[in-house]
Design a protein around this ligand. Structure first.
Ligand SMILES: *[C@@H]1O[C@H](CO)[C@@H](O)[C@H](O)[C@H]1NC(C)=O
Ligand SMILES: *[C@@H]1O[C@H](CO)[C@@H](O)[C@H](O)[C@H]1NC(C)=O
Ligand SMILES: *[C@@H]1O[C@H](CO)[C@@H](O)[C@H](O)[C@H]1NC(C)=O
Ligand SMILES: *[C@@H]1O[C@H](CO)[C@@H](O)[C@H](O)[C@H]1NC(C)=O
Ligand SMILES: *[C@@H]1O[C@H](CO)[C@@H](O)[C@H](O)[C@H]1NC(C)=O
Length: 883
């Protein structure tokens, strides 16, 4: 809700591109500071720089330590480190980064060639169209006609959620653009609950006319004449933009932006190319993101521009972005936590600029840059974090597997201080791990430089989490772009109704049994859920080797008594039985319950990907519990009651689920852009009031050996915990995000669900028994709970507690919650036998007194306090906790 805050931020000033960025007078003052800082850091930062040299005459890798006295090789036997591959110019070749070049003609894309049976069952207009082809609304796509009005008509027709609407889930639209060149003279307004999808076989070009006027070619949240947004940026959910080229080169170089992206959870931009003017005069931006609570972006290419991607948001995950000839590739204006993974930067001025706000008001909370490559770019990363910059945790930076070539300075600091040098002449240089910020470990409980903490473990990431090239594995969403339409099996054409009323259990199970489980070597069918709301009253079993894709987040909704028995919980979707192997892929689906649902586990994932095959996964699959039409868990019956003492019972009509996602012992999978949300407010009812509904548990991962990857992942507002990892290993998380339920501690977290030992539930009545007057703050949902686990890597976590019984007054005092992260157990890793090998990096919390706690070797509980020098503007940040 609007109680959420964003950090203060100001528009960028042009001075950020000047060296130092400060006036002469300021610079004098700061010179003094910098001298002190330099003295202080000779002993710590300079000491802990690691380099790997790679050259044709040397086939292994060498780690070097710079300690001021010279270079010392410390390890000749380190494992191979990934090299990223540079790709050709995709503005001339249409090949995607991930699948073979198209062999079929562009007109064969399945989505355009199938019958469109999708419907929006809760919309008042019986003829409402979910799927819209812009050509049917008058767009020409011939590069000459002005298609602005036609495209906006395709988006807005039917009664939809436009200006003044805030949010609505009843009017979804998938707006399809066949290949072509669409000239536009004003913004394409992407309304709430809209997917804009181009033909991926030959991406449509959105060509900004020379006369273009407006904020950006695509605008996800227009500003009205008085600066008011159409949508609240932190509530601007459910959007997608994929498969486009956005071309700004006809415009004057002094203006033009590709996408104004001011969005929150369950949003993505995928497979988009931005073409901009190059050279000194360009002021163009590919993406302009002012604020929001996102979000996910991947597979984007930026050519030219003053800034390729201008970012500002609470938290975000960005993967596989490629930049060519931008003045600055990435400028982060403000954030709490940002993951940049597989970033490729060629021939830019600055790679990643996080100097916003200056050293006395650092706007960037934390940034994590993984598996990336920077070439022919004088400055890799530019920061203004110093030993005494403010806020103290501002500008926290973690680099992992960064390769540089033709880079003078890998990390350039305030006053042009070289915090980390450039590459070795003529050779690619790998920086395996380096950080700028504070870290903690069992041995260093008072905190120290990140690099000191990470000192003895340069590459602790298990092979299980990596791809063949040595990068942490990613698997981009499958688009099935070369599979012809006739291999897509429409569930509506095969007996499912999807009207939000019928019971579709039998029809869906039959379709999965018939068209799922494709034997190896046979042509697979893709099961297509036409948009609709499919009610199921019993568990659905998804067999191995089953491929499912939805349309604009087709909804699976559980209902009935089977899912309302807290003593006998049942999965709505059971993906494989325990121990089963095979591939399952799901994308563009949405799971929910029709309440009450005390025994519903929205999904139980057991399937394990066989060795040597693509890993199974879910992409853009969201769980949305309550707060929307049809769920019976909305503001009419579950409105918040902060003014009376609440004792919720298990028999309440507002019990919304037993658990959201259960990852079983034998499971492995990748997840990308998933939002598991027990709603805090009603998206559809007038007033959008806050609601109190009760989902016992968020995500439980018990995968014994993993691997499990979570990219752009969030779990919010669940009673006992949001994430719990127990007896698990080989887990990658980045960025994960949580929020504690707004109603707690009215009631406290031990209500209404009794703890179940078999599920390893936290027992708050025991753990908070000695807290006396602090017990309300102790009895709050865990953001992240790690039990008896090893080899856990969180590259970015934003875990927030904004409320005490719907009141935000506790935030400033860090008194909404006592502790956010709990780590239990001393199991040792096979990879690093002296430790559990748990790394929490870029951990950001809000409203909590202790950011994390664990039992030290001496039995004493170690608390990382938010106020222990970890303040970072609105959030508190720790660079690294390593156990
Ligand atoms: C450096 O790495 C890049 C990306 O992996 C590769 O294309 C290039 O050939 C390498 N250059 C040298 C000199 O090894
Ligand atoms: C979002 O960013 C814009 C542009 O910087 C600013 O004017 C606006 O106040 C911000 N909104 C919020 C809610 O922070
Ligand atoms: C950690 O800080 C506490 C409180 O400032 C101090 O008493 C203690 O000696 C410190 N421990 C170490 C190992 O520096
Ligand atoms: C993985 O998926 C891609 C396409 O998504 C396909 O081309 C490739 O053959 C698959 N690899 C294996 C080992 O199945
Ligand atoms: C910890 O996990 C191991 C399996 O890795 C299991 O054998 C053991 O029982 C677990 N310990 C606890 C206390 O749960």
């Amino acid at each position: 809700m609007n109680e959420r805050r964003s950090s203060g931020h100001s528009d960028s000033s042009s001075s950020r591109f000047q060296n130092g960025g400060a006036s002469g007078k300021q610079a004098g003052v700061i010179n003094t500071r910098v001298r002190i800082y330099t003295l202080l850091t000779v002993g710590s930062i300079i000491c802990y720089m690691y380099y790997i040299f790679q050259s044709s005459s040397f086939h292994g890798y060498r780690f070097w330590v710079y300690d001021g006295t010279g270079q010392h090789p410390i390890d000749d036997t380190a494992p191979d480190v990934a090299t990223t591959t540079a790709e050709g110019d995709v503005t001339t070749a249409t090949t995607s980064a991930f699948e073979a070049a198209p062999t079929a003609s562009a007109s064969t894309f399945w989505l355009a060639n199938m019958e469109h049976r999708g419907a929006a069952p809760y919309h008042s207009d019986g003829d409402y169209k979910v799927f819209r082809n812009v050509l049917d609304y008058g767009a020409k796509g011939d590069g000459i006609a002005d298609d602005t009005d036609a495209i906006n008509l395709a988006i807005s027709s039917g009664s939809r959620c436009g200006q003044g609407c805030d949010s609505s889930t009843v009017s979804p639209a998938l707006v399809y653009f066949p290949s072509g060149r669409y000239r536009v003279s004003a913004p394409i307004v992407a309304m709430y609950y809209t997917q804009l999808v181009g033909n991926p076989l030959d991406k449509p070009v959105l060509l900004a006319a020379k006369s273009f006027k407006g904020m950006a070619v695509i605008d996800t949240d227009p500003y009205g004449p008085f600066g008011q947004n159409w949508y609240i940026n932190q509530n601007n959910f459910f959007r997608a933009i994929r498969n486009f080229v956005i071309d700004l080169t006809e415009m004057d170089p002094a203006e033009g932006t590709g996408i104004h992206h001011q969005v929150a959870q369950a949003t993505s931009i995928y497979n988009v190319v931005f073409k901009m003017h190059e050279g000194a005069a360009t002021k163009q931006k590919g993406i302009f993101m002012d604020n929001g609570s996102g979000g996910f972006l991947s597979s984007l290419k930026f050519y030219g521009g003053e800034v390729g991607a201008y970012f500002g948001n609470q938290q975000f995950t960005t993967i596989d972005l490629e930049f060519h000839n931008c003045k600055t590739a990435i400028f982060v204006n403000w954030d709490w936590v940002w993951l940049l993974k597989s970033i490729k930067i060629y021939n830019c001025g600055i790679g990643v600029d996080i100097t916003s706000g200056g050293p006395n008001k650092l706007g960037v909370g934390s940034v994590l840059l993984l598996d990336s490559y920077i070439e022919n770019t004088p400055t890799g990363i530019r920061t203004f974090r110093t030993a005494d910059s403010t806020p103290p945790a501002g500008g926290t930076l973690v680099l992992q597997n960064l390769i540089i070539s033709g880079v003078d300075t890998a990390v350039l600091g305030w006053n042009d201080e070289k915090l980390f040098g450039g590459d070795e002449e003529g050779r690619n240089t790998t920086i395996p791990f380096w950080g700028h910020g504070k870290g903690y470990s069992n041995e260093i409980r008072n905190g120290s430089d990140i690099n000191v903490i990470a000192d003895d473990t340069i590459d602790a990431i298990p092979i299980a989490l990596k791809d063949r090239a040595g990068k942490i594995l990613e698997r981009p969403r499958p688009l099935y772009r070369h599979i012809p339409a006739h291999r897509f099996v429409s569930v509506k054409a095969n007996g499912a109704v999807g009207d939000g009323k019928a019971d579709d259990t039998a029809a869906i199970q039959k379709i999965l049994n018939t068209h799922g489980n494709t034997p190896a070597g046979q042509e697979k069918a893709i099961i297509f859920f036409d948009h609709g709301v499919y009610r199921v009253s019993q568990s659905i079993y998804v067999p191995p080797n089953t491929y499912i894709v939805g349309e604009m987040w087709s909804v699976i909704m559980s209902y009935g008594d089977v899912f309302n028995d807290a003593e006998n919980p049942k999965p709505v979707f059971q993906v494989g039985k325990p121990g089963e192997e095979g591939i399952v892929e799901m994308s563009d689906l949405l799971f929910q319950t029709q309440g009450p649902a005390a025994g519903a586990i929205l999904m139980e994932w057991n399937i394990r990907s066989p060795q040597g095959q693509n890993v199974s996964g879910m992409w853009d699959v969201h769980f949305r519990i309550g707060g929307s039409h049809g769920t019976q868990l909305g503001s009419d019956n579950c409105r918040k009651t902060p003014d009376s003492k609440v004792h919720a019972g298990l028999d309440s009509a507002c019990i919304s689920a037993f658990m959201l996602l259960h990852i079983g012992k034998t499971a492995s999978l990748v997840m990308e852009n998933m939002w598991l949300w027990t709603s805090d407010h009603d998206l559809d009812a007038d007033g959008h009031d806050q609601i109190s509904i009760y989902t016992s548990r968020g995500l439980l991962c018990e995968a014994e050996t993993g691997p499990v990857w979570m990219y752009g992942h969030a779990v919010e507002h669940n009673v006992l915990y949001n994430y719990q990892l127990s007896d698990t290993k080989n887990i990658f998380m980045g960025v994960i995000q949580t929020e504690t339920p707004y109603f707690q501690s009215n009631p406290k977290a031990h209500e209404p669900f009794p703890p179940l030992e078999a599920w390893r539930d936290p027992d708050f009545t025991v753990s908070c028994a000695n807290e006396k007057d602090k017990s309300p703050l102790c009895e709050k949902s865990w953001g992240l709970r790690i039990l008896n686990s090893t080899d856990i890597f969180a590259f970015g976590a934003g875990l927030y507690s904004f409320f005490e019984n719907y009141d935000t007054a506790c935030i400033e005092k860090r008194a909404c919650q006592q502790t956010m992260v709990e780590i239990q157990g001393t199991k040792r890793s096979d990879m690093v036998p002296s430790r559990s090998n748990i790394w929490l990096m870029g951990l950001n919390t809000i409203g909590t007194e202790n950011m994390a706690a664990w039992a030290g070797a001496d039995g004493e509980t170690v608390h990382i306090k938010a106020t222990d020098g970890n303040r970072n503007g609105f959030s508190d940040t720790v660079g690294l906790i390593m156990l």
